[in-house]
Design a protein around this ligand. Structure first.
Ligand code: ARG
Length: 488
């Protein structure tokens, strides 16, 4: 061991809150008790520091125990280990789970990871029988199995959180099926829409996001356990049995792929990045809409913060942080893609770096989904401000052009030109299109009659857009009904 190792002892990353506490100071010992057979000296303190993952992979404890229990059951059923040892292993693993959940488990960095911490403790609790648990498996298939199980749970939680957000959006959409607001392209007033219609756009995005979760879960349904280090095993194991016991559809077909594959994690991170991007766009809109200049909505006190200097401020910090966290979720995807891209098959220790980005991404996604549902559920809508803005920026100009086409049989390009002149006249008079007199309109196109003024009203404009999926209140109400059937 090199000098000064005490000062250089590794401490590993601090475990996340609510996760079991990892040990910080490995006790010096001769060699590693799990694999030290061929070594004379203990690892350097820095080796322990860079190698230990228990500071974060302690989050896999429940999955690790579940997978070990399924493996031990299978070993007994196949006659590979004695039933009496199997029973001791089951009881020991149950006690370890208790110890961890009650904060009584001592995590040790010198035992590297969650897998070896649990196995070493099992030895302390049940003695020699513990040594039989690792028959016909390796940490490589073990970690791949545990991580798949964790990702599966995280995806199921995200799906439930997305559903809750959809429910909040659908409820607001129903209340606002007839709330007129400006619709934007290029963030310029384009055509009036209804606020309910706008919110339902996010319900669709989240619906596709949830579809991606389903797809990912389907591919995740293959179990690596029993792949061994990479080549399979000479013991007569039953991979179907352990796969089924853990809720997988089937065992992974190729043992080399089983321990090498992390594309389930990449796929989960990809879909998380897409969800986060959707949330970020909604967050950006909440920031814009809640500004004094727009004042379309007011975020609740519960989801706003004040300024320590400017007493008038109500800052949309939660929305801003949802917008920002999409950066770190996308960052996690890029980090893991970069870790994986040059790895020759099969397992390499690089792959231990798969966990922290993924844990962080799913923690971030969860708080973003829940905070967004909270903001949507609580926000106040200023219907008058929205309606007032809907008439600004000549947002109903397209209605007039369509009227000229429909009623005067004008080609659309001519109607577009005529309407452009009407818009110019309104600008000259500094008024809205629906404030122009019939005389002003007729000065541009003499065949325009009073009925044309009707279409300039934003309320009439939205009501007319009753095509399937359109913004008319009748359509929005129908979309609300369909969305509830499809998603809730
Ligand atoms: N902690 C390791 C990881 O997360 C477990 C697998 C270790 N395998 C090995 N051959 N060293 O990837």
């Amino acid at each position: 061991m090199s000098g000064n190792s005490k000062a250089r002892q590794g401490s590993g990353a601090a475990p996340p809150e609510a996760a079991p506490q990892a040990a910080t100071n490995p006790a010096p010992q001769a060699t590693n008790s799990m694999w030290g057979g061929r070594f004379d000296a203990a690892p350097d303190g820095l080796m322990t520091a860079i190698n230990a993952s228990v500071g974060f992979d302690c989050r896999l404890y429940a999955e690790d125990i579940a997978a070990s229990k399924a493996h031990a059951d299978m070993l007994v059923a196949q006659g590979i280990i004695p039933a009496a040892d199997g029973a001791k292993i089951q009881a020991g693993l149950d006690s370890i789970r208790e110890e961890i959940e009650h904060g009584r488990f001592e995590f040790k960095s010198e035992l590297e990871d969650i897998h070896m911490n649990i196995e070493a403790r099992l030895g302390e609790l049940i003695g020699g029988a513990a040594g039989r648990l690792h028959t016909a498996r390796s940490r490589n298939d073990q970690v791949a199995t545990d991580f798949r199980l964790w990702v599966r749970g995280a995806l199921q939680r995200s799906d439930a959180e997305m559903r809750d957000l959809q429910a909040a959006l659908i409820a607001r959409a129903e209340d606002n099926a007839a709330t007129v607001m400006p619709g934007f392209t290029h963030l310029q007033s384009a055509q009036p829409v209804t606020f309910g219609h706008h919110l339902l756009a996010y319900v669709e995005m989240l619906g596709r996001d949830r579809g991606r979760v389903t797809d990912c879960l389907r591919r995740l349904g293959e179990c690596p356990l029993g792949a061994g280090a990479l080549a399979g095993t000479s013991f007569p194991i039953d991979r179907e049995a352990s796969a089924t016991a853990l809720g997988f559809d089937r065992p992974c077909a190729n043992s080399i792929d089983a321990v090498s594959d992390r594309d389930f994690a990449l796929e989960a991170l990809s879909l998380a990045a897409i969800v986060a991007t959707h949330l970020s766009r909604l967050a950006e809109e909440l920031v814009i809409w809640s500004s004094a200049q727009f004042a379309f909505i007011r975020l609740s006190d519960g989801f706003s913060t004040g300024s320590s200097m400017m007493p008038q401020k109500r800052n949309p910090d939660a929305a801003e942080l949802v917008r920002a966290k999409s950066g770190r979720i996308t960052g996690a995807l890029v980090a893991l893609l970069t870790v994986m891209k040059g790895l020759a098959l099969s397992y390499a220790k690089d792959m231990q770096e798969d966990k922290e980005p993924l844990f962080d991404a799913f923690d971030s996604l969860s708080i973003c989904l829940r905070a967004t549902a909270g903001m949507i559920g609580d926000l106040e809508v200023d219907k008058a401000a929205m309606a007032g803005a809907a008439g600004h920026g000549h947002a109903t100009a397209t209605e007039l052009a369509d009227w000229l086409v429909r009623e005067l049989d004008m080609p659309f390009r001519d109607a577009h030109r005529v309407t452009g002149r009407v818009v110019r006249r309104a600008d000259e008079l500094s008024c809205r299109l629906d404030e122009l007199s019939l005389e002003e309109l007729q000065a541009v196109e003499p065949r325009i009659i009073a009925a044309a003024l009707e279409v300039l009203n934003p309320l009439n404009a939205v009501a007319s857009r009753s095509s399937y999926g359109g913004t008319a209140p009748s359509q929005v109400r129908a979309q609300v009904v369909r969305a509830r059937e499809r998603f809730l």
